[in-house]
Design a protein around this ligand. Structure first.
Ligand code: ATP
Ligand code: LTN
Length: 330
C-alpha cells in the first residue's frame, strides 16, 4: 500500500475549510492507503501560543479528526512533538535548503506581514523545512492538502530531489493531492482570503463545533454581492460561488442542481438552505467529538500512533544521517 502523510496545526478549532479541503480526503484515503496523520504542534509554535491553550487544542484537534471519520484501526494519528525525528530531520534538511527559496514562500510573506518585522520568529521562516521533514520521514507517496499548501509541496519535492542527487536515492519524492472542488474555501467576510482558523474574526469561518444557531447566524451575515441571483461565477460573484461550493460539498448535490432550486428566490432562502446542509454535515461529527472527549480515549489513540510513527521515522532518520556522513554510535 502506498503511503499518505498530512498534518494539521492545533492553532485553533478546525473550520469547515479544513474539513472540506483536507480532512474529508484523509478519511477517504485511509481505505486505500497506509495513512499517517499528524497534529503538528511544533508548526503551531512558529507564532506565539499560550501554553495551556496549545495543549488543549492539540487534543481537541486530534479528537475532531477522529470524530470526522478517521479510524484508529485503519490509520496512524499522532502528535508531532512525540516523535523527535521530525525536529532532527528538519535541521539536516535546513542544511540543504536555500535562504532564497524560503524567502519566496507566500505563506511566510503573508504571516510575516501581519506581525511586527522585528518579532517574526526564525522558525516561521524555516517552517516549510519542518513540513518537508514531516513528509519525507515516512517515505510518503501522496500528501492530501488544501490549495494553499501547493508551494510547500513543491519545495518538499525540490529538497528531496536535491538530497537524492547529492547523496544517492534516499527519499521518495511525494505527489501533492488537492481536491478539484473545496481545495480553497474562502472567508465568509472576505472572498479574497481563504477561510482560516486563526482569523481573529470568528464570523469569518464556520468552526466544526459551532452550534446550529451560530451556523445560521454566521451564514446569515456572510457577505454577498448586492444582486439576488444564485449563480456560480467566481469572477463576478465570488461570495455566492464560495457559498455554492460549500453547499454542494455538504449536500452531495451538484452546483447546477442547487442553482436551479433557488432560481428567482434570492439570497435569504439560499442561505437558509445552506445553513441546514452545513448543520446536517457537522451534527454527526459534533456528537462523535463530545463522546470522544468525555471518554478520554484520544490520549491512548495518540500514544499508540506515536509508537507506530516513531519506528518508521527513526529508520529513515538513521538512513539520512548515514548518507550525510554522521558517525553512528557504537
Ligand atoms: P492557520 O489559519 O492557523 O494557518 P489553517 O486553517 O490554514 O491554519 P492548517 O491546520 O494549517 O490550517 O491546515 C490543515 C489543512 O487544511 C491543510 O491541508 C490546509 O491546506 C487545509 N486548509 C486550510 N484552510 C483551508 C481552506 N480555507 N480551504 C481548503 N483547505 C484548507
Ligand atoms: N503547513 C501545513 C501543515 C503541515 C502539513 C505538514 C501538511 C505541517 N506539516 C505535512 C501536509 C504535510 C499548513 O499550514 N496547512
Amino acid at each position: 500500500m502506498k503511503r499518505v502523510f498530512s498534518g494539521v496545526q492545533p492553532s485553533g478549532t478546525l473550520t469547515i475549510g479544513n474539513y472540506l479541503g483536507a480532512i474529508k480526503q484523509f478519511v477517504r484515503l485511509q481505505e486505500t492507503h497506509e495513512c499517517f496523520y499528524c497534529v503538528v504542534d511544533l508548526h503551531a509554535l512558529t507564532v506565539p501560543q499560550d501554553p495551556e491553550r496549545l495543549g488543549r487544542q492539540t487534543l481537541q484537534v486530534a479528537a475532531m479528526m477522529v470524530a470526522s471519520g478517521l479510524d484508529p484501526d485503519k490509520m496512524t494519528l499522532f502528535v508531532q512533538s512525540h516523535v523527535r525525528a521530525h525536529a532532527e530531520l528538519s535541521w539536516l534538511l535546513q542544511c540543504m535548503t536555500y535562504y532564497g527559496e524560503l524567502g519566496r514562500m507566500t505563506q511566510f510573506k503573508d504571516k510575516a506581514r501581519r506581525q511586527k518585522h522585528a518579532t517574526v520568529s526564525a522558525a516561521l521562516f524555516t517552517y516549510p523545512v519542518l513540513q518537508a521533514a514531516d513528509i519525507l520521514l515516512y517515505d510518503t507517496h501522496l500528501v492530501p492538502v488544501g490549495e494553499d499548501q501547493r508551494q510547500h509541496l513543491e519545495l518538499t519535492r525540490d529538497i528531496a530531489e536535491r538530497f537524492n542527487n547529492r547523496y544517492g536515492e534516499t527519499f521518495v519524492v511525494p505527489e501533492v493531492y488537492i481536491p478539484r472542488t473545496g481545495g480553497r474555501i474562502m472567508s465568509l467576510d472576505n472572498a479574497s482570503t481563504k477561510m482560516s482558523k486563526s482569523n481573529p474574526n470568528p464570523g469569518s469561518y464556520i468552526a466544526l463545533l459551532d452550534e446550529p444557531d451560530v451556523i445560521r447566524e454566521k451564514i446569515g451575515r456572510a457577505k454577498t454581492d448586492s444582486g439576488r441571483e444564485v449563480r456560480y461565477d467566481p469572477e463576478e460573484k465570488p461570495e455566492i460561488s464560495n457559498l455554492l461550493t460549500i453547499y454542494s460539498l455538504c449536500s452531495g448535490r451538484s452546483i447546477e442542481d442547487i442553482e436551479a432550486e433557488y432560481e428567482g428566490r434570492g439570497y435569504k432562502d439560499f442561505k437558509g438552505g445552506l445553513a441546514e446542509a452545513v448543520i446536517a454535515t457537522l451534527r454527526p461529527v459534533q456528537e462523535a467529538y463530545h463522546e470522544l472527549m468525555e471518554s478520554g480515549a484520544i490520549r491512548e489513540i495518540l500514544d499508540r500512533g506515536a509508537d507506530r510513527a516513531r519506528e518508521i521515522a527513526e529508520t529513515t532518520l538513521d538512513r539520512v544521517k548515514d548518507r550525510m556522513g554522521l558517525v553512528p554510535r557504537l
